[in-house]
Design a protein around this ligand. Structure first.
Ligand SMILES: [Zn+2]
Length: 196
């Protein structure tokens, strides 16, 4: 048996239920949220997550040892006894967006992959669709920067991305290379020609 390693998952407030390497070489990590409550979608009260689970989600995470890596989660659900008809609410966690196929960290990773290359290249390299890369860009556009998380800014870089070949349709990624060598995505700016 070969040596094994333990690495931090880097997602807050989850526990790992199982990990599996599929036959086609994907790493699938099954997790569960350790947060016990959710805000009722109707009245906003904090309610306990004791109403089973929503539909299973599979979300792309950063690669581990060059394996495509996925987080699998069944979001927890709560039921509000105070609202009429006792509605249920699915828990929202801060590390992925409801309609996104990626966790936030993977969207950020894609932005860094886009520097000095094209959407097509990143799409091929990561084995995801062109639209999945553009979707990640759209989700990052004009997101606010959490300055308190930033140390020194280091070197700021601005890279333009051609979204479609032969069209003047650009977005720009603003990155900071900090003293520790880490590259952070500060912002994604929209196309020069504003989409209507
Ligand atoms: Zn309620």
């Amino acid at each position: 048996m070969s040596a094994e390693l333990r690495i931090p998952l880097d997602i807050a407030e989850v526990k790992i239920l199982a990990t599996e390497i599929s036959d086609d070489g994907r790493l699938v990590i099954e997790v569960e949220s350790t947060l016990d409550t959710v805000q009722c979608g109707i009245c906003g009260r904090e309610i306990a997550c004791r109403y089973g689970h929503g539909q299973e989600r599979t979300l792309r995470h950063l690669p581990v040892l060059d394996m495509q890596t996925y987080i699998q989660i069944r979001p927890r659900r709560g039921q509000c006894k105070d609202c009429e008809y006792e509605p249920t609410t699915t828990q929202v966690v801060p590390w992925y967006e409801e309609r996104s196929p990626h966790i936030f960290a993977y969207d950020q990773w894609l932005m860094k992959q886009l520097v000095n290359t094209t959407v097509e290249d990143v799409s091929m390299r990561e084995n995801i669709g062109y639209d999945a890369v553009v979707g990640a860009l759209d989700r990052q556009i004009e997101t606010t920067v959490n300055w308190s998380e930033m140390g020194d800014l280091g070197t700021i870089g601005i890279d333009e991305i051609a979204l479609k070949k032969g069209r003047k349709n650009y977005a720009a990624i603003v990155t900071a290379r900090q003293k520790d060598g880490k590259c952070r995505v500060l912002a994604v700016l929209p196309d020069r020609k504003k989409r209507q």
